[in-house]
Design a protein around this ligand. Structure first.
Ligand code: ATP
Ligand code: MG
Ligand code: MG
Length: 565
C-alpha cells in the first residue's frame, strides 16, 4: 500500500491514481546525460524517481540522455550503471538510450514540418538571438519562417544528408515569436553537428535538441510522471505543446507524460556543477573523480559513505518547490547514523606513542575480549592481544596535566579498554625532551570481564594496540573539500568589488596521510569493509589500494560534527 502524501509529488501521484489516470500506473525515469560522473545531487533525483516508482508499485527506467554527441562516452555509461546499482536500485530490463530513438525523432521532426509546425531557419546564431527578443520585448519572425512545407522537407533532408556545415541551418518549431515565454518563441529542435556519437557513430549529422528529445523519450517509454529540476519549469509549455502535436498526429496516446519540477539539491561545502568538478580533477586539486573528497557517487563510495545513508538523506531533505541550501552536516549525520548502527568497532591508534607496562612479564601476552558492537551482542566479540608494550595515542599522556585531564599522567590510573587498569609511573624522553615512551604498572586483578574489575573506579578509558601484534597502516584523514559553506560566494567583510574564486575556498586540510597502528584483526579485512575506530570515527578499507598485509583506511566521517559554529 502506498504511503500517505508526504510531499507535493506524492500528492499529485495519488490524485492521478484516484482519478484513474494512466490506469493507476506509475512509471518514472532517471535520465542522466552520460557526460560525467554522478554526484550527490543526482542521488537525490535517483532516490526520488526510484523511490516514487517503488512506493506505488511502478517501475523506474534508467535512460541515458545521450543526444549530445560531443560530450558523451561509454566510460560514463558504465560508471552511471554502477553507481545507480550501488545506491540499491534496480531498473530490470528498463535501460534505454535516447540515441536509440534518433530515427523516430527525425520522423517526428518531418511530421511537424509536414503539419506546418516546424521550419528550417538559416539565420546565423547571432541573428537568431537578435530576432528572439527579450523578456520585455517580443521577438520577430525570421525571414525564413514562411518557407513552404516542400522547401522545409527538402532542406531538412539535405541537413540529414550532410550537405551543410554546422550552424548553417537549424530546424525550429513554429509556435509564436511574440509569446511572453521566450522558450515558446520558435525553439530550435534539430541542429547540424558533424560529430561521431559514442553509440550511433557517423550515422547522423543532425542531432535533436534536449528540449525536443526529452518529452519524446518520455512519451515513447510511456512515462507517467517526468520529474525534473526547477530550471525546466519554463520549458514545460513547450514539453506539453510538442507532445500535444505528436498526439494529434496519432503518434502517442493520451494521457501524455506529465512534467513535474522540484528543487535541485544545493549542498554547502561542496560544488555540484559538472564544470567545477572537472576543474577540480583537471587542476589536480583532488586525486581524481573518485577521490573520497569529491561529491561524486564513486567518490562517496570510496569514502565509505553508504547507499542507506544516501537514501535516508534523500528522505530527510525531502523535496520542495523552492531552491534552498542543505547543510553538509545533514548528509554526514545520515552517514553517521547508519554507520553507528551497522559498523563493527575496532581499535586504531592514529598518533602512536609507546606505553610500557613495566610489571608485565616480558615476552608474554594474553587475549582480551572486546564486543564488536556495544548495542548488538549478535555481532559477536573478538580478541585483542595485550602485552608489555602497547601503542596509545600521544595525546592521551601529559607529563604535567592540564586541569580536568583524566587520562595518563604520573600517579593517575586509567582503564585500558577491554584490558587492565594501569597507573602511570612516568615517561622516557629523548635529548630534545620529546616523550619516547610512557611508563605504567598494571593491576593483574583488574581485567575487564573478571570479578575484580569492579573494584577499580577510574575516570579515563583509553584505547590501545599491542606493539608485538598490531599492524601498521596508511590512514587517510579526509575532511570537507571546502572550508567555506558557499565556495566562491562573496562573504561579509569582503573588500568592495572582490570576486571570490571558489578554488580559493578549498580546505587546505581536507586530506592528511598518517601511519597508524591497528589491532591485528584489521589486517585481514576485505576492501570496502567499514568500521568505527573507537574514539576516532568511521573508516573504510580503501576500495582499490587496501591489501592484505598493507592496509589502507579512509576516514569516512568523524564521530562528532567538528564544523559546528
Ligand atoms: P550538471 O548541471 O551537473 O551537469 P545535469 O542536471 O545536467 O547536472 P544530468 O545528467 O542531465 O545532469 O542529470 C540527470 C538527472 O539528475 C536530471 O533529471 C537532473 O534533474 C537531476 N539532477 C542533476 N543535478 C541535480 C541536483 N543537484 N539535485 C537534484 N537533481 C539533480
Ligand atoms: Mg549536464
Ligand atoms: Mg542535464
Amino acid at each position: 500500500t502506498a504511503p500517505s502524501s508526504q510531499n507535493f509529488i506524492r500528492a499529485a501521484v495519488e490524485a492521478d491514481q484516484r482519478a484513474g489516470k494512466w490506469g493507476g500506473r506509475v512509471e518514472t525515469r532517471f535520465p542522466p546525460e552520460p557526460n560525467g560522473y554522478l554526484h550527490y545531487g543526482h542521488a537525490k533525483s535517483i532516490c526520488l524517481n526510484f523511490g516514487l516508482a517503488q512506493a506505488y508499485g511502478g517501475v523506474c527506467h534508467l535512460r541515458f540522455d545521450d543526444t549530445n554527441p560531443t560530450k558523451e562516452e561509454q566510460e560514463y555509461v558504465d560508471a552511471i550503471v554502477e553507481s545507480v546499482r550501488w545506491l540499491g536500485f534496480d531498473w530490470g530490463e528498463h535501460q534505454y538510450f535516447a540515441s536509440d530513438y534518433f530515427p523516430r525523432m527525425a520522423a517526428f521532426a518531418e511530421y511537424l514540418i509536414s503539419a506546418g509546425k516546424a521550419y528550417v531557419d538559416s539565420l546565423s546564431a547571432e541573428q537568431m538571438r537578435e530576432y528572439r527578443g527579450t523578456l520585455t520585448e517580443p521577438g520577430r519572425n525570421s525571414p525564413y519562417r514562411d518557407r513552404t512545407v516542400a522547401e522545409n522537407l527538402e532542406l531538412f533532408n539535405r541537413m540529414k544528408a550532410g550537405e551543410f556545415p554546422d550552424g548553417t541551418h537549424i530546424l525550429r518549431a513554429r509556435i509564436d515569436m511574440a509569446s511572453p515565454n521566450i522558450n515558446m518563441r520558435d525553439p530550435a529542435i534539430y541542429r547540424i553537428r558533424h560529430a561521431s556519437h559514442h553509440r550511433t557513430g557517423d550515422t547522423w549529422c543532425v542531432y535533436p535538441m534536449y528540449t525536443f528529445a526529452h518529452p519524446i523519450e518520455d512519451a515513447i517509454e510511456h512515462i507517467t510522471h517526468s520529474l525534473c529540476t526547477l530550471e525546466f519549469e519554463d520549458q514545460r509549455p513547450f514539453y506539453e505543446w510538442l507532445l500535444e502535436q505528436l498526439a494529434e498526429g496519432g503518434f502517442f496516446e493520451r494521457p501524455l507524460p506529465q512534467q513535474i519540477e522540484f528543487a535541485r539539491l544545493n549542498l554547502t561545502y561542496v560544488v555540484l556543477s559538472k564544470r567545477k568538478l572537472i576543474d577540480l580533477v583537471e587542476g589536480g586539486h583532488v586525486d581524481g573523480w573518485d577521490d573520497p573528497r569529491m561529491p561524486t557517487l564513486i567518490g562517496a563510495r570510496r569514502r565509505g559513505f553508504t547507499p542507506e545513508g544516501f537514501r535516508n538523506f534523500a528522505e530527510r531533505v525531502g523535496i520542495s518547490k523552492s531552491n534552498s541550501w542543505i547543510d553538509m552536516s545533514v548528509l554526514e549525520e545520515c552517514m553517521r547514523e547508519h554507520l553507528n548502527d551497522t559498523a563493527e568497532r575496532r581499535v586504531a591508534v592514529l598518533d602512536p606513542v609507546k606505553l610500557i607496562v613495566t610489571n608485565y612479564p616480558e615476552g608474554q601476552s594474553e587475549e582480551c575480549n572486546a564486543p564488536n558492537h556495544p548495542l548488538k551482542p549478535e555481532l559477536g566479540t573478538r580478541t585483542m592481544p595485550f602485552g608489555r608494550e602497547l601503542w596509545i595515542e600521544r595525546e592521551d599522556f601529559m607529563e604535567v596535566p592540564v586541569k580536568g585531564f583524566r587520562r595518563l599522567f604520573p600517579g593517575n590510573r586509567v582503564r585500558l579498554r577491554y584490558g587492565f587498569v594501569v597507573e602511570c609511573t612516568g615517561c622516557e624522553k629523548d635529548a630534545d625532551g620529546n616523550v619516547t615512551a610512557v611508563l605504567c604498572e598494571y593491576f593483574p586483578d583488574s581485567k575487564s570481564g573478571t570479578p575484580g574489575a569492579d573494584n577499580y573506579k577510574v575516570k579515563g578509558n583509553l584505547h590501545w594496540v599491542s606493539v608485538a601484534h598490531g599492524v601498521e597502516a596508511e590512514v587517510r584523514l579526509y575532511d570537507r573539500l571546502f572550508a567555506h559553506p558557499h565556495p566562491g560566494q562573496r562573504r561579509e567583510g569582503d573588500a568592495e568589488g572582490l570576486e571570490r574564486d571558489y578554488l580559493d575556498d578549498l580546505n587546505p586540510d581536507s586530506k592528511r596521510l598518517i601511519r597508524a597502528r591497528l589491532e591485528p584483526s584489521l589486517a585481514h579485512v576485505a576492501p570496502e569493509s567499514r568500521f568505527q575506530f573507537e574514539r576516532h570515527g568511521y573508516f573504510v578499507a580503501d576500495r582499490f589500494e587496501h591489501r592484505e598485509g598493507s592496509p589502507v583506511f579512509n576516514r569516512t566521517v568523524t564521530l562528532k560534527d567538528s564544523w559546528k559554529n
